[in-house]
Design a protein around this ligand. Structure first.
Ligand SMILES: Nc1ncnc2c1ncn2[C@@H]1O[C@H](COP(=O)(O)OP(=O)(O)OP(=O)(O)O)[C@@H](O)[C@H]1O
Ligand SMILES: [Mg+2]
Length: 500
């Protein structure tokens, strides 16, 4: 059968360093093809070359048998290839409808007509999105729907997704899986990148694995297992169980040290409702809840990380002293850091280097002039962190924006930890991070708690919560509703508390 898309010898270097080398790939009509690999393996680069974002240094792209040059994302879209990026590509200040028909001025004139048209179009795809809503007001799943609508509107034959499920709730993921199946039935071919190996096994027809910019293996999904995928990704056996249950058997549960934080009747609008709990030093406290349960918001209030000075009631005490932070800087001075889930929004300074970001992190804590870190020290620190978290970059003066998604996440973590905090709040720390690096980040979290630091882990992945926590707080509708010791906790018990 004539493949819809064929890549031959695809190679791309950035200033002489190869991101992908000599990759061949074929995609049939209606095929769902998963692209897997560690952080920095070259997945996004390969996909961006197909979407007209990067131009190959050498190699060819064939569409339906004919060689094509894809000079820009718009050219790729016109040729029938659409990409939904790791970081969304929509215009936030425009409406849903305007984004779908972007670049088609004839539609942009009559807004009312445009909205009606968009409404019908969205409904035909079963998408529940309001055409007149501003894109900036939408959640991740709805943004994705808008991107797919835009691609479908342009009659894309190939749709590429870069980590589509990373920011989705379990319910939204379910919808996304349905969407992929419907697209496949229509004959649309799908390429998608994911770090969730179960998803690749469940959803794809074909799996391709990249390592260090090279294609290691490609074949029908049924010829792979979770273990064989990992082995091909990392090039060795990964020892130990990634999410070994804790339960007080294998790893001792840490006893609480001093009470570091106490939160009493904290509330903010409808999101945080009269919530009370404590956090202790020398422990990992897991916070589990369904999306919308207010975990992020609660901890952002604690860390002064809300952009606006929103009113909120209740009390937060740090080591017994009442505090109320309006900006993260003052919370950092007192030793609280919030390691963000949204690295694009408030994680780092993207046009600065890794070392400069770490330098900024170190300066933020600078209440003691003797502790201020020089740029030379920052470079040494950056080199240490680059090694201990295996951040993959050409060197520490690479700009953060040039790093792969997962490596950016690691810089955010490093930048926060150079501040030598006493209370660290990790919000989804392993999202977008490959299986090997998850182990490193988990080790790091354990080490912090062993050193006496109070660690809060917000995670939507129950096995992760169970594997790391000494104590678990379950939140529901803006409130901590139950507290469990890791020894008593099971997935069922936590889930029950989170929904009932
Ligand atoms: N614009 C750029 N300039 C310089 N180097 C780049 C650029 N984009 C990517 N790279 C480098 O190319 C390599 C592959 O990056 P890529 O983003 O393709 O990885 P990835 O497989 O998508 O990883 P992740 O799972 O972390 O998203 C990395 O070493 C990265 O630093
Ligand atoms: Mg990527």
């Amino acid at each position: 059968m004539q493949p819809i898309l064929e890549l031959k010898g695809a190679t791309k270097d950035f200033r002489g360093v190869y991101a992908i080398k000599n990759i061949d790939l074929t995609l049939q009509e209606g095929e769902v093809h998963a692209i897997l690999g560690e952080n920095g393996a070259g997945k996004s680069t390969l996909m961006k070359a197909l979407a007209g974002v990067h131009h190959l240094s050498s190699g060819e792209i064939h569409l339906a048998g004919k060689p094509v040059t894809l000079g820009s994302p718009l050219a790729a879209l016109k040729a029938g290839i659409a990409m939904v990026f790791q970081e969304t590509n929509l215009v936030g200040s425009m409406t849903v409808a305007q984004n779908i028909y972007l670049g088609e001025e004839r539609f942009l004139n009559g807004l009312r007509k445009l909205n009606i048209r968009a409404k019908q179009f969205l409904m035909s795809m079963n998408f529940d999105v309001e055409p007149s809503a501003l894109v900036s007001s939408l959640g991740a799943a709805q943004r994705q729907m808008v991107e797919v609508a835009r691609a479908t509107h342009h009659a894309a034959k190939v749709i590429i997704f870069d980590e589509p499920t990373a920011t989705l709730t379990p319910e939204e993921k379910h919808h996304f899986f349905g969407l992929i199946k419907r697209l496949r039935e229509r004959g649309t071919s799908i390429l998608f990148i994911t770090h969730a190996l179960e998803e690749a096994l469940q959803l794809s027809d074909t799996i391709t694995i990249l390592r260090d910019g090279e294609k290691i293996v490609s074949g029908p999904t049924e010829t792979f297992t979770r273990e064989s995928i990992i082995r091909n990704m990392v090039g060795r056996e990964l020892s130990g169980e990634l999410y070994g249950a804790r339960k007080g058997h294998e790893v001792a549960i840490r006893a609480p040290q001093s009470k570091m934080l106490s939160v009493d009747n904290l509330s903010m609008g409808k999101i945080v409702r009269n919530t009370s709990f404590s956090i202790y030093g020398g422990q990992v406290t897991g916070m589990f809840g369904l999306v919308g349960a207010g975990r992020t918001e609660t901890m952002k209030i604690v860390a002064g990380a809300f952009k606006r000075n929103v009113f909120h009631g209740g009390e937060v005490r740090l080591n017994g002293k009442a505090v109320r932070y309006r900006v993260p800087r003052t919370a950092m001075r007192d030793g609280i850091v919030y390691v963000t889930e949204d690295r694009k929004q408030d994680g780092f300074f993207e046009t600065m280097s890794i070392a400069e970001n770490i330098h900024m992190g170190a300066l933020a804590r600078g209440n003691n002039p003797l502790s201020v870190v020089s740029m030379r020290q920052a470079k040494a620190l950056a080199a240490d962190w680059t090694k201990s978290l295996s951040i993959r970059a050409i060197n520490t003066s690479s700009k953060v924006i040039e790093l792969s998604g997962g490596n950016q996440q690691k810089v955010v973590i490093a930048k926060s930890l150079v501040q030598k905090p006493e209370l660290v709040i990790f919000d989804e720390p392993t999202r977008g991070v490959d299986v090997g690096s998850i182990v490193e980040i988990h080790d790091l979290i354990n080490r912090l708690a062993d050193e006496g630091i109070a660690v809060v882990l917000i995670s939507s992945y129950l096995p992760e919560v169970l594997a790391l926590s000494d104590r678990i707080l379950v939140t529901r509708q803006g409130q901590v509703v139950e507290e469990m010791s890791a020894g008593d906790a099971t997935e069922d018990k936590i889930m029950y508390a989170a929904v009932h």
